[in-house]
Write a protein that binds this ligand. Structure first.
Ligand code: PXL
Length: 277
């Protein structure tokens, strides 16, 4: 059985980070170890006065304990990290566990729609850049990519701009990069992949749905990381991750007002199993 460790926060209510990654990766038939970096009562989007308990100092202790048992991971998948200390300890964790065959998958979850998430200061993207440098693949949205590359945020881009951005992202260190939420026309949206070894690009798009929900980046990242860990070709991995994410948005749309904090991804898990076939 393949094994992923995911390193990110637990947002106890609100459906993102570990509460999305663990059920989805498990549903994909992959063992999922978790390394929670902080505990928040909710995610930071749309809620105020949430709690934040920093578990940074547990990260090296958990790392050392796992090392003493010689535990191995096929994939190290990182998501939201709350501060510079968590980034430093995550880099140490990667150095301790990365082998030749390990996939280091970094979702630099820190911003959306042109803005950093609440609680991050302006210097945080430069810290995240150091984590991206030790990744094999990174999966930013366009806001995160702009912050990582010190470029102004724009929604007015063309295909040449996106291709150039992907090249610049790989120049930070990772072999591969995916830009999520890419839309060249109102009716479609998708994920744009680039592999700097060989220079291949691939864009997979779906019908655009005019709604946004928290946690969809984590849904995409979890299923994409699971698909790569399962050994799917990049085209299938992108299709499974994008199609499943779209399915979760479609399923939640009729309940948008009573369920504004995340998607009803749970009801779509049978579709995930079908997409994997
Ligand atoms: O979905 C990314 C995410 C993860 N964790 C926390 C968040 C967010 C996005 O807002 O606030 C705590």
């Amino acid at each position: 059985m393949k094994r992923i460790v995911t390193i990110q926060d637990i947002s106890c209510f609100g459906k993102c980070s570990i509460t999305v990654a663990l059920p989805l990766i498990s549903a994909m038939g992959i063992e999922c170890a978790i390394l929670p970096t902080s505990i928040l009562s909710t995610h930071t989007g749309g809620f105020t006065n949430y709690t934040f308990t920093d578990l940074s100092d547990d990260i090296p202790k958990i790392k050392d304990h796992w090392k003493s048992y010689d535990i191995n991971f096929d994939t190290i998948y990182t998501g939201y990290l709350g501060n510079e200390k968590q980034i430093n300890y995550t880099i140490d964790f990667i150095k301790a566990f990365k082998k030749e065959s390990t996939l280091v998958f970094v979702d630099p979850a820190m911003a959306d729609k042109g803005k950093l998430y609440a609680g991050f200061d302006k210097d945080f993207p430069s810290q995240m850049k150091r984590l991206c440098a030790v990744a094999d693949i990174i999966v930013p949205n366009i806001t995160e990519a702009s912050l990582l590359l010190d470029l102004p945020y724009t929604e007015d881009y063309d295909e040449a701009y996106i291709k150039d951005m992907l090249k610049k992202l790989c120049a930070l260190g990772p072999k591969m990069a995916v830009l999520t939420g890419i839309s060249f026309e109102n009716t479609t949206q998708g994920a744009y992949f680039y592999n700097s070894e060989g220079g291949d690009y691939y864009f997979y798009k779906q019908t655009n749905i005019d709604a946004s929900f928290h946690g969809t980046g984590d849904t995409f990242a979890s299923v994409f990381a699971g698909s790569l860990t399962n050994g799917y070709h990049i085209k299938k991995a992108l299709k499974v991750a994008v199609d499943f994410t779209v399915a979760t948005i479609k399923a939640t749309l009729p309940y948008k007002d009573s369920h504004p904090y995340g998607t009803m991804f749970e009801s779509c898990i049978p579709q995930l199993i079908d997409l994997m076939k």
